[in-house]
Ligand binder design. Structure first.
Ligand code: NZQ
Ligand code: ZN
Length: 390
């Protein structure tokens, strides 16, 4: 096991009616006036924004709005939010939504106290030391941004989708998590969220670090819970207990607990971020296509951990040959994704004619050459993995 330093400072306020505590929690961050960031309309339609606003009012917190954040959020809305915060004298940011809204809120929070261009942090030209405090009301279990220090933003110039990981600066101070808020999710978003949270665990599970049995078992346990709850939540979208289990799994998948003491991979996310940057696909659905392809490729390059995943998570009997078992694991994962109506090929994802050379070029521009802690990918390998998605 590797040395590690782990701190998840977010207060998770979980359960029915918890959004009514938003005002008190926001005031508790020391905020008098916040920027409230939200998405394209679901939070307004469901009445959630009205309840959050009532709660802020009751706690004596003022707010300014930045709505209409779209999936796979872009830098233009971040610049707009930074300018708004400065002009209105805002002292905190409240995200009401999913990963796209939360990531925009985080980027704004990091940009306001910084004199330069906020993109400097994403471009690796500056290290973020401080940010306005961020609070979250989560409406979709998927990206795990409510508990992560990450923010994923696409720069419109060149469509570069980059994930910034901070240790502490961008970790939300609180996350309100009411599973009932997720009853209105369309099935495709529910399923995509499930693929995304599984991917967050698997990016950490597939490691070259030896002797990490404890975090292996934590990861396997959360994955098995997701696999059990997923069919329930798909069949019964208003089943509170199934929604609650999926929601908590989404947070545990990405708040760092599954990555302690081990080298993480993140190749599949890098490959997917190019797909969502270029083709605008839903991130989790993209991962349902990418991850089995990456595992299939790895069966020939580093199969042992993938075979172990097959044995322990999907109960695949060991044949004694890691390559065979890794291929079975990739097939089992694909079958699981299919069972919850997710795409498993680029065509099913809606990408009829993928420009693979462009995807390969962008992947190495954005991630480096080679990239892949579990097994390094050079352009010919990256191309082979994309071809396995056809
Ligand atoms: O915009 P609205 O109208 O709210 O609709 C959203 C959006 O269309 C809808 N939705 C959300 N909650 C809903 C709802 N519809 C009905 N009822 C509800 N309760 O769902 C759609 C997707 O929303 P989005 O915020 O994009 O979803 P998600 O949480 O999957 O976030 C995806 C983004 O997060 C990034 C992804 O790359 C992508 O840009 N990620 C962020 C990470 C992080 N910060 O740690 C890690 C992840 O790996 C990921 O890369
Ligand atoms: Zn993800």
């Amino acid at each position: 096991m590797d040395n590690f330093s782990y701190c998840s400072p977010t207060r998770y306020v979980f359960g029915r009616g918890t959004e009514e505590q938003t005002g008190t929690l926001t005031a508790g961050m020391g905020c008098r006036k916040v920027l409230m960031v939200y998405g394209g309309g679901s939070a307004r339609r469901s009445g959630l924004l009205d309840r959050v606003e009532a709660s802020l009012r009751e706690a004596g917190v003022e707010w300014v709005e930045l709505g209409g954040i779209r999936p796979n959020p872009t830098d233009d809305r971040v610049y707009e939010g930074i300018e708004l915060c400065r002009r209105k004298g805002v002292d905190g940011v409240l995200a009401v939504g999913g990963g796209s809204v939360i990531d925009t809120a985080k980027a704004i929070a990091g940009g306001v106290p910084y004199d330069g261009d906020f993109w400097d942090f994403w471009a690796g030209k500056a290290v973020m030391q401080t940010a306005l405090p961020v609070g979250v009301v989560l409406t979709i279990p998927a990206a795990g941004s409510e508990g992560s220090g990450n923010s994923v933003i696409t720069k419109l110039d060149g469509m570069h989708k980059i994930s910034l990981r901070t240790d502490m600066a961008l970790r939300p101070r609180f996350a309100v998590m009411n599973p009932e808020l997720t009853f209105t999710l369309p099935p495709y978003q529910t399923a995509s969220g499930i693929a995304d949270m599984m991917a967050h665990i698997m990016e950490r599970y597939f490691t070259t670090t030896a002797e990490v049995e404890t975090t292996d078992r934590v990861a396997e346990g959360v994955l098995k819970a997701i696999i059990t709850e997923a069919p329930r939540v798909m069949a019964e979208p208003c089943n509170y207990q199934a929604r609650a289990n999926i929601m908590w799994a989404g947070t545990l998948a990405h708040n760092g607990i599954c990555g302690c003491g081990r080298r993480e991979d993140w190749t599949s996310h890098g490959l997917e971020h190019e797909l969502s940057a270029v083709y605008g696909v839903t991130h989790g659905a993209g991962l349902a296509v990418v991850f089995p392809a990456w595992m299939t490729f790895m069966a020939d390059h580093n199969p042992s951990k993938i075979a172990q995943f097959g044995h322990r998570v999907f109960g695949i009997p060991a044949t004694g040959d890691d390559r065979t078992d890794a291929l079975s694991a990739a097939d089992a994962l694909k079958a699981f994704f299919r069972s919850i109506c997710l795409p498993v090929t680029l065509r099913q994802l809606g990408v009829e004619h993928p420009d693979i050379p462009l995807l390969v070029k962008k992947f190495h521009e954005d991630k480096g050459l080679p990239f892949g802690p579990y097994h390094p990918l050079y352009p010919a390998d990256t191309e082979a993995v994309y071809r396995l998605m056809l």
